[in-house]
Design a binder for this molecule. Structure first.
Ligand code: HAM
Length: 417
């Protein structure tokens, strides 16, 4: 038997309604904030992610699905949504639209990671990007949109952590301090952190290794190194969140795993889904568009992992709006009745009623069993006698109550039932 590749999952009909509910809610909330959908390709030139996500990140170094296509071009399946949106923004001259350009996407992403609960190789993101604004108001709006989405789904037990990792200027002073701190403890670092020490010291704060985690606790805080502009910006973001009653905690070791971030970064984290607790992550990225030669168009956004969200909702017993069940099942007996049954369900469907009939030449008993399985609310049997008398009995499955109706009036009866 051929199995799906490791780290991928079929989304079966029995659970797809959960996805539909989450995606519908995402679209609804995005629309309330007047955010428009953008769809970018699932694969891009590898360069997009090298420039966008950053060459020193785990994503680019270890996790990308990269291959040469038949034209010998290096292609990568998108590991995240932001870099592709940035490329599309520049390529399509979206800076000519009213700013900020507010975009959202729902997309599969691919990362070659070790699979575990909440960590897959193919996963899906709902992401939002606001481009062309450098203001703290836009940061607040991005965070509040994320919060509105989680509220709308009635997700609770998720904590919002925020931080500022400053701009290029304040960060270089901070990195210097960080390196001074870690230089004295270099030998205690894990092999990966030794690499990070050289290439990307900020990421030292984010190591999952226990000993590195202990070391990180004593490290200097970026918040003590913010320049005046970054400090004022961060204060404004916090004030907006307070004014809007959005609870948050400042956590100075949130640095995020992608290189494009500047100033505000944030994460929504749950304790209910194990080690992969970050349901949503985001932040400001003022240099990203410039990195694509697209001019100075700062941005801010976030992405939420749909699988992690579903895991959280399932683990905390949240309700998903189920798909409507079949309103009527028409059980035909005999050839003429099949034609009548097809006519009836066709005309009901044309009126927006979810209806089914038999395709399998089953007997009456088996048809009732099937109707029960699909959760049909009403069942009507059409046999030879019913055709002759132009009369059927419509059975309400939950109560067993039967109502005599002429065949011509079944449609009217069911529409009003
Ligand atoms: P990220 O933190 O790498 O950020 O991913 C965002 C979310 O995607 C995570 O919080 C998590 O829920 C989900 N996720 C990431 N990797 C996996 C995986 N292997 N399996 C399942 N879920 C996963 C970004 O991707 C940024 N582009 C977010 C952003 C948008 N920042 C600004 N704009």
């Amino acid at each position: 038997m051929i199995k799906a590749p490791k780290g991928t999952k079929d989304i079966l009909p029995s659970e797809v309604y959960k996805w539909q509910f989450v995606v519908e809610t995402a679209r609804k909330v995005a629309s309330l904030y007047n955010v428009k959908e953008i769809r970018t390709p699932v694969f891009e030139h590898t360069e997009v992610f090298l420039r966008g996500v950053g060459e020193t990140t785990d994503i680019v170094n270890k996790e990308m699905y990269t291959f040469l296509d038949k034209g010998e071009r290096s292609i990568t399946l998108k590991p995240e949504g932001t870099a592709g949106v940035a490329r599309a923004f520049v390529e399509n001259g979206l800076h000519n639209l009213a700013l900020p350009v507010k975009l959202y996407y729902i997309t599969p992403c691919f990362r070659y990671e070790r699979p575990q609960a909440g960590r897959l190789r193919e996963f899906h993101q709902f992401g939002v990007e606001f481009l062309g604004s450098s203001s703290a108001e836009t940061d607040a709006e991005a965070i509040v949109l994320a919060k509105s989405f989680l509220n709308e789904l009635k997700v609770d037990g998720v904590k919002l952590y925020i931080n500022s990792i400053g701009c290029k200027n304040c960060r270089s002073a901070y990195q210097k301090a960080l390196k001074e701190y870690y230089a004295k403890r270099y030998d205690e670092l894990c092999p990966l952190c030794k690499e990070r020490f050289e290439k990307n010291p900020l990421r030292l704060l984010d190591c999952k290794n226990e000993q590195c985690g202990e070391l990180a606790k004593g490290a200097p805080s970026i918040l003590d190194y913010l320049c005046e502009e970054c400090d004022t910006h961060f204060t404004k973001v916090k004030n907006y969140l307070t004014a809007l009653n959005v609870e948050y905690e400042v956590k100075s070791d949130i640095v995020r795993g992608l290189d494009y971030y500047t100033k505000t970064v944030f994460e929504f984290v749950s304790v209910n889904i194990g080690a992969q607790g970050t349901v949503l992550g985001g932040g400001r990225y003022d240099g990203l568009i410039e990195g694509f030669d697209g001019g100075n168009h700062p941005g801010v956004g976030f992405a939420l992992g749909i699988e992690r969200l579903l895991l959280l909702m399932e683990n905390t017993g949240k309700e998903f709006k189920a798909e409507d069940c079949v309103k009527i099942y028409v059980a035909p007996m005999g050839e003429k009745a099949y034609v009548k049954a097809m006519e009836l369900v066709y005309s009901l469907r044309n009126c927006g009623v979810k209806a089914e009939t038999d395709h399998m030449q089953r007997g009456v008993k088996a048809q009732f069993k099937y109707a029960d399985k699909i959760g049909a609310k009403y069942v009507v049997v059409i046999g030879e006698n019913e055709l002759i008398n132009n009369s059927v009995r419509v059975k309400e499955m939950a109560t067993g109550v039967e109502t005599e109706v002429s065949i011509d009036n079944v449609k009217e009866f069911i529409i009003n039932a």
